[in-house]
Write a protein that binds this ligand. Structure first.
Ligand SMILES: Cc1cc2nc3c(=O)[nH]c(=O)nc-3n(C[C@H](O)[C@H](O)[C@H](O)COP(=O)(O)OP(=O)(O)OC[C@H]3O[C@@H](n4cnc5c(N)ncnc54)[C@H](O)[C@@H]3O)c2cc1C
Length: 430
């Protein structure tokens, strides 16, 4: 297919976020959309995601975004004919102490206000639902029956097919190399196969979004961090519709996969990806690539997971996945129109919940691109929440690593971050 010389909207990046945004722009707005992917679709972070899809967040609008994803994923296969691996298994979140239990009681109330049926279960009920689990240390668990799991590549490919069905043009092996700018706006996207004049650009370049943004003078404060999980051999007695588990006090998560378990976690000592390239850039040729297995670093999750699911001590590990994902200084993703450039929109920095967010993020971002305004109160993820401080790469790295380490910690009210201080101080500070 020949690259067009003009498009109303150019989407950069063929991961789940770019595919979902192109799908919604084409389906809901009949927009003239071109998507450019430097390698193959899904070849960035999307292909190696674990595929847990949870919905409940502390922000009402983000929960709405995640709920929308689930609604979309349920019906996508019927629309496009491409399987998504969607399974509504429900999710158990485990509490092992009184503070966590208080958090869950609050969450259950919040869930109710979002129209979600979250129940609180006793350890005995949890044991009945997940017999292979050790429940002796539990105070209880929350149960959200509408959470689930999916195959990340299949969902993205299904969205890509849907986008094409609605008229979007998707191109693989086309790298965006720069922009032609006039009066603070992008007038054309430069690519490895020629220029495309355009009205708007949507930067969905995942962990490359910072460097793609920099080509137009905009700041996308994110940091690629290494994240690992294992996939085990079959485990005797594990049901193929077993609920996903989040065990935040042990910092781990579990998902059934082909009779075995996917198990990963969020460690307090995460590893930033130091690429060695100038400015910490991510290499462009990182297509379908992973880091070497790091069992020494993963040991902290393994020992916690064996305490929870003792069968793990006796089962083989089929594969370890150690891949990079973009995380942000406050653990929330980045959406919206860049303050430095009136026609570049961003959808990036998904903090390891991009599969869960993908459907909904594409929906709101497409609406935002067309209307110039967010369709919901999305301030918690709005790119304008960042300031010039967030151009400091060392600060962004340190704060992002702290945010990663807090992924499963209890969200106490008014808790402050400790890293990157003192940075801005009052005249009275000593
Ligand atoms: C180990 C691991 C497990 C995970 N598990 C889960 C999970 O269970 N649930 C969940 O919700 N999330 C999970 N995630 C997170 C999820 O994978 C990501 O949030 C999601 O894939 C991000 O999608 P994306 O489209 O933003 O980025 P990507 O998939 O990285 O897509 C960005 C694309 O942009 C392209 N691109 C970059 N620069 C250019 C350019 N100059 N020109 C053209 N194209 C360009 C890249 O090639 C890439 O394909 C996990 C992540 C990791 C690392």
């Amino acid at each position: 297919m020949t690259l067009p010389s003009h498009a109303e909207i150019v989407v950069i990046g063929g991961g789940i976020i770019g595919c979902s945004t192109a799908y919604h722009l084409a389906r809901d707005h009949k927009a003239d959309v071109v998507l450019l992917e430097q390698g193959k679709l899904t070849s960035g972070s999307t292909w190696h995601a674990a595929g847990l899809v949870g919905q409940l967040r502390s922000s009402a609008s983000i929960t709405r975004v995640l709920k929308y994803s689930v609604e979309l994923y349920k019906g996508l296969e019927a629309e496009t004919g491409l399987a998504t691996g969607w399974k509504m298994t429900g999710c158990l979140r485990l509490a092992t102490n009184a503070d966590r239990w208080t958090e869950f009681k609050r969450l259950a109330t919040t869930a109710k206000s979002f129209g979600m049926d979250m129940q609180l279960l006793s350890p005995a009920e949890v044991k009945r639902m997940w017999p292979l689990m050790e429940t002796g240390d539990l105070v209880g668990a929350s149960w959200l029956p509408t959470d689930g799991q999916a195959s990340p590549s299949d969902i993205a490919q299904s969205l890509a097919k849907g986008a094409r069905m609605h008229g979007a043009k998707l191109f693989e092996d086309v790298r965006v190399t720069g922009f032609t700018m006039k009066d603070g706006r992008i007038t054309a996207v430069k690519t490895s196969r020629g220029d495309i004049a355009c009205d708007k650009v949507v930067n969905c370049a995942g962990q490359w979004a910072r460097q793609v943004g920099a080509m137009a003078g905009i700041n996308v404060p994110l940091q690629p961090v290494k994240h690992q999980y294992i996939i085990t051999e079959r485990i005797e007695g594990l049901a193929n519709d077993a609920p996903t588990i989040r065990d935040p006090d042990r910092r781990t998560y579990f998902k059934e996969e082909v009779g075995g378990l996917v198990m990963g976690g969020y460690e307090p000592n995460p590893q930033a990806w130091a690429t060695g390239l100038p400015g910490g850039d991510v290499p462009n040729d990182w297509e379908f690539r992973l880091f070497d297995d790091d069992y020494d670093h993963f040991e902290q999750h393994m020992s916690q997971a064996i305490e929870r699911v003792p069968a793990l001590a006796h089962v083989g590990v089929k594969q370890m996945i150690n891949g990079p994902e973009s995380f942000t200084p406050d653990g929330n993703f980045i959406l919206g129109v860049a303050p430095e450039c009136a026609n570049m929109f961003v959808g990036a920095g998904f903090n390891a919940f991009g599969i869960a967010s993908g459907g909904g993020a594409g929906w709101v971002l497409a609406q935002w691109v067309v209307d110039g305004e967010a369709p919901l109160d999305l301030w918690v993820v709005d790119i304008r929440r960042f300031s010039s401080l967030h151009r400091d790469r060392d600060w962004v790295r340190d704060r992002t690593l702290e945010a990663y380490g807090k992924h499963y910690t209890i969200g106490f009210p008014h808790e402050e971050y400790l890293s990157g201080r003192p940075r801005i101080v009052s005249p009275l500070y000593e």
